[in-house]
Design a protein around this ligand. Structure first.
Ligand code: PLP
Length: 376
């Protein structure tokens, strides 16, 4: 059996090796390493995939969030509402820009931001909401956009884990996550659903002025070379990564389908088990399974992790410490947030291997050992 990994980018690469190697070689020979044709081609292709107005590539997903907040003109002291149950990057940029992180609860079934909790957290200082499409399941965007409209707030979608997910509005309109808020941000970190072989990221918006501003910020605040109108940063997607992404974007829907097949296998194996809750899929979206995350009830989670590790089955806890308990944010007074659902989930989630190359033998091996431990 092929060794089981959380993410198997190597096996995936070998299947598209010829195309990838030749694309990299083309960039090497073009010598257009920065902002070359590959970057422009990928930007157009991703824009077409998303059917969103404007796509602006950048260096990574964390930068994408930072540039989005800078472009919206958020100022120190402005409050940004975001779930505590997410990866650090979502909130780190809030803190970095000296904005105030306001942590709210997630829905315990979807792991995504809870609209009621958002409403309760709004103050006169609130400027933006950052929903996260955690694990590849969409946040409840229709409700979030409604709240944003009522209170005149910006919405920045953290779509780093959600690329390719379809959101269906109550009137039947379908949109890709990341294209619904004022700005959507994504990451091409290698393990993400659309992963490069290095770092990369992008912002999306339907607003031309915002697109223009984000493009300027990502390029030292300049439009005309050496004339810097605003303070920006240096955040570029390099040509080699863009060339790789161009090839992988064509596979994205197949990759998502492969993840769903693996998720179905897991779901069937764990169905109706009293101690395991399999991922819930809300009727407003489909799931792109960036992670396959179970909720364990009444079980020794560390014991399971160790038992699986002894069988060479990796598993991960995403994330072991929620934002409101991170030392780095103590100066923002985050320890005073009471988020019992977040704390409860943090103690019970476990993510199993999830990627495009899992085969039935591996999946059977994983599910058998999880059940062996739980039923022992
Ligand atoms: C990966 C990730 C990011 C950051 O992306 P990088 O490209 O690693 O900077 C942000 N938010 C979430 C939810 C992520 O999973």
């Amino acid at each position: 059996m092929i060794p089981i990994q959380m993410v198997d980018t190597k096996t995936q690469y070998l299947k598209i090796k010829t195309a990838i190697d030749s694309a990299i070689n083309d960039v090497l020979e073009s010598a257009a390493y920065i902002n070359g044709k590959a970057v422009q081609d990928f930007t157009v292709a991703l824009n077409t995939y998303h059917q969103s107005g404007y796509t602006i590539p950048c260096a990574n997903g964390t930068d994408a969030l930072q540039i989005a907040m800078m472009a919206l003109g958020l100022k120190p002291g402005d409050e940004v509402i975001t779930p505590s149950f997410t990866y650090i990057a979502t909130t780190e940029v809030v803190a970095l820009l000296q904005l105030t992180p306001v942590f709210v609860e997630v829905n315990p079934k979807t792991f995504c931001i809870d609209p009621e909790s958002v409403r309760k957290a709004i103050t006169s200082k609130t400027k933006a909401i950052v929903p996260v499409h955690l694990y590849g399941h969409s946040a409840p965007m229709e409700e979030i956009m409604q709240i944003a409209k009522e209170y005149n707030l910006f919405v920045i979608e953290d779509n780093a884990q959600g690329i390719g997910c379809d959101y269906t509005f109550s009137d039947g309109t379908v949109k890709k996550t990341g294209t619904i808020g004022h700005i959507g941000c994504t990451s091409f970190y290698p393990s993400k659903n659309l992963g490069a072989y290095g770092d990369g990221g992008a912002m999306f918006t339907n607003d031309e002025a915002l697109a223009h501003k984000m493009k300027m910020i990502a390029n030292h605040g300049q439009e005309k070379r050496y004339y810097h109108d605003i303070v920006g940063c240096n955040s570029r997607l390099d040509s080699i990564q863009a060339a790789i992404l161009n090839i992988k974007l064509k596979e994205l829907d197949h990759y998502i389908a492969a993840r769903r097949t693996a998720a179905d296998f897991y779901n069937n194996a764990f169905a109706n088990h009293p101690k395991i809750t399999t991922p819930f899929v809300a009727n407003y979206c489909n799931h792109v399974y960036h992670q396959y995350t179970l909720l364990l009830e009444d079980l020794d989670r560390d014991g399971l992790v160790n038992y699986l590790a002894a069988q060479k089955i990796p598993s991960m806890i995403y994330y072991p410490v929620p934002g409101h308990k991170q030392k780095a944010f103590e100066s923002f007074g985050v320890q005073s947030f009471e988020l019992p659902i977040t704390d409860w989930l943090t103690e019970r989630v476990i993510s199993l291997p999830m990627h495009t190359e899992l085969n039935e033998m591996q999946l059977a091996f994983i599910t058998t050992h999880v059940l062996n431990y739980i039923n022992q």
